[in-house]
Design a protein around this ligand. Structure first.
Ligand code: ADP
Ligand code: MG
Length: 242
């Protein structure tokens, strides 16, 4: 069974239809990169996956749970999904370690010693073991985003969602964040990433999805996408950004 399954999903904000008949599945361990112009519905699609947005019709199944079914336990669903945003959204009054340990301690009731070990391991994994006791504001943007990734991983999710994780970073910090993401991908994490980093898409994605005006226009492996896109709109978009 696919780990994420959109079946004829529609979503509107009032009269405005943001997602139009989305049929799409993500397999376990797959890395999917979503690209498309601003306003095409990319963020909304991610937000629907962890029930930050309701859908108007269709079915969305994540790890066997019907996301928009009243009987689904949203907390269980969300504990299986890590979400990394453009703005890192770290708690400024908490240290790096406290940010990372918060959800495991509070939501999963993980014992303190285990939370500490997990935190240490994750900070090593994202390459900043020495920053544990600092406050987010004293870190660079790239380091803060790596903390946000570690925090997302702290609940041991089965899926990681990334919404333009490098768009707010100075150019020299983009690489360090993409490296952490590539490493996660290599480790077998299921990932859905909205990004404009086409180098990353080429290197890391199993499939690339092009969205425009609320529809999935084209899906394929990166080599297809960058060498032989079929759709005119895809070609035009790639022409503008490459
Ligand atoms: P993208 O991430 O591809 O830039 P979004 O998913 O953020 O696109 O938004 C798609 C469209 O939906 C945009 O036109 C946006 O203005 C609109 N939209 C997003 N969120 C809301 C909201 N909460 N209320 C009304 N319109 C929204
Ligand atoms: Mg967006």
């Amino acid at each position: 069974m696919s780990i994420i399954e959109f079946q004829g999903v529609n979503k509107s904000f009032g009269d405005f239809q943001v997602l139009k008949d989305i049929d799409f599945t993500v397999e376990e361990g797959e890395v999917v990169v979503i690209i498309g112009p601003s306003g095409s519905g990319k963020s909304t699609m991610l937000r629907c996956i962890n029930a930050l947005e309701p859908i108007s019709s269709g079915v969305l199944i994540v790890d066997g749970m019907r996301v928009h079914d009243k009987k689904t336990n949203i907390n269980v669903l969300r504990s299986e999904i890590g979400f990394v945003f453009q703005q890192f959204n770290l708690y400024p009054h908490m240290t790096v370690a406290e940010n990372i340990k918060l959800a495991p301690l509070r939501v999963k009731k993980v014992p303190k010693s285990e939370a500490n070990e997990r935190c240490e391991r994750l900070l090593k994994r994202v390459g900043i073991p020495e920053q544990a006791n600092k406050y987010p504001e004293s870190l660079s943007g790239g380091q803060q985003q790596r903390v946000a990734i570690a925090r997302g991983l702290a609940m041991e999710p089965r899926i990681m969602l990334f919404d333009e994780p490098t768009s707010a970073l100075d150019p020299e910090m983009i690489g360090e964040v993409l490296d952490v993401m590539a490493d996660l991908a290599k480790g077998g994490m299921t990932m859905v990433c909205v990004t404009h980093e086409m180098g990353f898409a080429r290197r890391v994605a199993d499939r690339v999805v092009f969205m425009d005006e609320g529809r999935i226009i084209e899906v394929g492996p990166p080599e297809h996408f960058f060498q032989n896109p079929e759709n005119e709109r895809t070609k035009r978009f790639l022409g503008q950004i490459l």
